[in-house]
Design a binder for this molecule. Structure first.
Ligand code: CO8
Length: 259
């Protein structure tokens, strides 16, 4: 897969998407959103890919949507445009495999919002997070007002959205915005280790577990519990369920086939 603004590499079943506009701190323009959507769709369909890491490299994750592209937009442009960020983020969020964001340096605005569509966020100790859109006279329009409160609660989310202030990795950890903080030089090894751990599990169970959590968050508790039960029941039709339970009883590691 060849793109202009991102790099996609696949190694041992783990795909890494790297944002690649270093000259503007990986600012996200329409081309990036379009390519992210295309890459996510292709990786979703590729059964040899078991987990995905999304990163901006070791200096910066992304400093937000590209302000130079947005500056001259009219309300009509924004309302009637193809909303490439929305489509790309939908595809990434619903990928049927785990997505890990590996974040070094700034994750601001649309960059921070991109981390929110990942299943798990690992931050380098030099990472900084923020939604500075308010300082530009706009609001976080790539899911920040919706996904952030669902992740960390409305109170802290509103503080970040209303102030535009940045928080460092340790505070991001304490409010639940990231799962883990590691020394910067260990970021990619840690992300790969986690991706491999996920990839060693049954692929169908992982897919349905992700769906049960994501879909359940959109439902009331009763509907969510019923959806969970349907996903749970379906797994008893898989070879992986037979193998997983047989392996437990035979006191050996399971060998999942994703069938
Ligand atoms: N867009 C475009 N260019 C950028 C951006 C950006 N978001 N961020 C940095 N750059 C560029 C700078 O203009 C600069 O370019 P040049 O060298 O040509 O002057 C280069 O990157 C390096 O940046 P700085 O010199 O500013 O680097 P510093 O280390 O001094 O500062 C900061 C780093 C603090 C990250 C600073 O660059 C900054 O504040 N950037 C903007 C952060 C921001 O406001 N982000 C929010 C953008 S709005 C948004 O994300 C909306 C999301 C919703 C979209 C929904 C679409 C429908």
């Amino acid at each position: 897969m060849t793109f202009q603004t991102i790099i996609v590499e696949i190694e041992e079943g783990i795909a890494t998407i790297t944002l690649n506009r270093p000259e503007v701190l990986n600012a996200l323009n329409d081309q990036v959103f379009k390519e992210l959507g295309e890459a996510a769709a292709a990786l979703s369909a590729d059964n040899s890919v078991r987990a995905v890491i999304i990163t901006g490299g070791n200096k910066v994750f992304a400093a937000g949507a590209d302000i130079s592209q947005m500056a001259s937009s009219t309300a009509v442009d924004v309302a009637t445009g193809d909303n490439a960020s929305y489509r790309a983020f939908q595809i990434l969020e619903t990928m049927p495999k785990p997505v890990i964001a590996a974040i070094a340096g700034y994750a601001l605005g649309g960059g921070c919002e991109l981390t929110l569509v990942a299943d798990v966020r690992i931050a380098a100790d030099n990472a900084q997070f923020g939604l500075p859109e308010i300082k530009l006279g706009i609001l976080p329009g790539a899911g920040g007002t919706q996904r952030l409160p669902r992740l960390i609660g409305a109170g802290k989310a509103k503080e970040l959205i209303f102030s535009g202030d940045f928080i460092k990795a340790d505070e991001a950890l304490s409010v639940g915005l990231v799962n883990k903080v590691v020394p910067a030089e260990e970021l990619f090894a840690e992300a790969r280790m986690m991706a491999k751990r996920f990839a060693s599990r049954g692929a169908i169970a992982l897919q349905l577990a992700k769906s049960a959590v994501n879909e359940g968050l959109r439902m009331d508790l009763e509907a969510g519990l019923q959806y969970e039960h349907k996903c749970f029941s379906l797994l008893f039709a898989t070879e992986d369920q037979k193998e997983g339970m047989r392996a437990f009883l035979e006191k050996r590691p399971a060998k999942f086939q994703g069938k």
